[in-house]
Design a protein around this ligand. Structure first.
Ligand code: SF4
Length: 272
C-alpha cells in the first residue's frame, strides 16, 4: 500500500524521557507514524495513532525544519545538565521516507556539532549504514541498536511483512562493526527463531539484548494481548513461543555462545 506523507512543522522535538525511557532525559522522533507497520507495534494503540483514524503503518508525518529546532532545543537542554537521547520510541528513524527526506540525517548533523552525552539509536533498517560517517564522529557517545527479532525470514514476513529483510539487517550489523560504530543486536520482541541464531550473530556483534512482549511492552504483556498477537502464532503451530518462559530457551542458546557480559535482558539493554 502506498503510504501517505504529510509535512508538518512541529513546535518541539525533544520530549521528556518517561516510563520505559526513564533512563533518558529525552526521546526524539524524526517522524510521526511509521510505515513499517509491524503487527505487534503497540504505538498503533496510542493516542498518536488512535486519534488519527487511519490505519497504523499507512501514514507518516515528516517533521520540517527539524534540524533548526533541535539545534535550539539541544543547546538549551545541555545548558541545564546532562542530555541522553533515545531515538526513536514511536517511529523508526530510518523508515523508507528517510531515503529522500533525510530528517534523521539532519538531526545527526546537529548532534555531531553539539554532541549530547549519549544517543541511543533504535532502528530495524539497513539505511542506517548511510550515516556511518556521522555516527563515527559521535565516537562512544552513540549506540546503534538494530532490531533482529528472529533469524528466520519466513517468521519476519509473517509478523512484519513491510519491514526490511533479516539478511540485510545482519549485513548492516557487520558493516557497523567493521566501521567501529558501537552496536547491539536487539532481539525484541523475541519471535520464533532457529537453533543457529546465536551462531549467526556471534561474528557480527559483541552486544545482544533479548526482550519479549511480557517484559518489554511496559505493561506485563497487556498491550500485546489487546493487539491479539497470540492469534498470529496459531496458524504456525508456534503458540509455545508466545509465553513468558520462551525467552529462557533463547537466552540459554545465546549464553552457550556469547560471554554473559555481552548479553542483556529487557530494560538493561536499552539503558544509556
Ligand atoms: S518499526 Fe517500530 S515504530 Fe515502526 S511499526 Fe515497527 S515496531 Fe512500530
Amino acid at each position: 500500500m502506498e503510504a501517505h506523507h504529510i509535512y508538518k512543522s512541529p513546535k518541539t522535538l525533544l520530549n521528556k524521557g518517561t516510563g520505559f525511557l526513564s533512563g533518558y532525559t529525552h526521546s526524539l522522533n524524526p517522524y510521526t507514524g511509521c510505515t513499517f507497520g509491524c503487527s505487534y507495534c503497540y504505538v498503533r494503540q496510542m493516542p498518536v495513532s488512535t486519534f488519527r483514524g487511519e490505519e497504523w503503518g499507512t501514514w507518516v508525518d515528516i517533521k520540517k525544519q527539524a534540524a533548526d529546532l533541535l539545534r535550539k532545543e539541544l543547546r538549551r537542554a545541555k545548558s541545564r545538565g546532562k542530555v541522553t537521547i533515545f531515538m526513536s520510541s514511536s517511529t523508526d528513524p530510518y523508515q523508507p521516507a528517510e531515503y529522500k527526506e533525510e530528517v534523521t540525517r539532519s538531526l545527526l548533523e546537529v548532534m555531531v556539532e553539539d554532541a549530547p552525552d549519549f544517543l541511543f539509536l533504535q532502528t530495524r533498517s539497513p539505511l542506517v549504514r548511510r550515516d556511518i560517517d556521522l555516527l563515527l564522529r559521535l565516537e562512544d557517545r552513540v549506540r546503534v541498536s538494530m532490531t533482529v527479532e528472529t533469524d528466520r525470514e519466513d517468521i519476519r514476513k509473517h509478523f512484519t511483512p513491510d519491514a526490511p529483510p533479516i539478511q540485510a539487517r545482519f549485513k548492516t550489523l557487520q558493516l557497523l562493526k567493521e566501521a567501529g560504530v558501537p552496536t547491539q543486536a536487539t532481539i525484541a520482541p523475541m519471535l520464533p527463531s532457529s537453533e543457529q541464531f546465536a551462531d549467526k550473530l556471534l561474528p557480527l556483534v559483541n552486544r545482544v539484548c533479548i526482550d519479549d512482549y511480557f517484559m518489554g511492552d511496559g505493561s506485563g504483556g497487556r498491550r500485546t494481548r489487546s493487539l491479539n498477537i497470540g492469534a498470529l502464532y496459531e496458524p504456525l503451530g508456534l503458540e509455545d513461543w508466545y509465553h513468558p518462559a520462551a525467552y529462557k530457551a533463547v537466552y540459554e542458546q545465546f549464553r552457550n555462545i556469547f560471554p554473559e557480559e555481552q548479553l542483556y535482558v529487557s530494560r538493561e539493554g536499552f539503558e544509556p
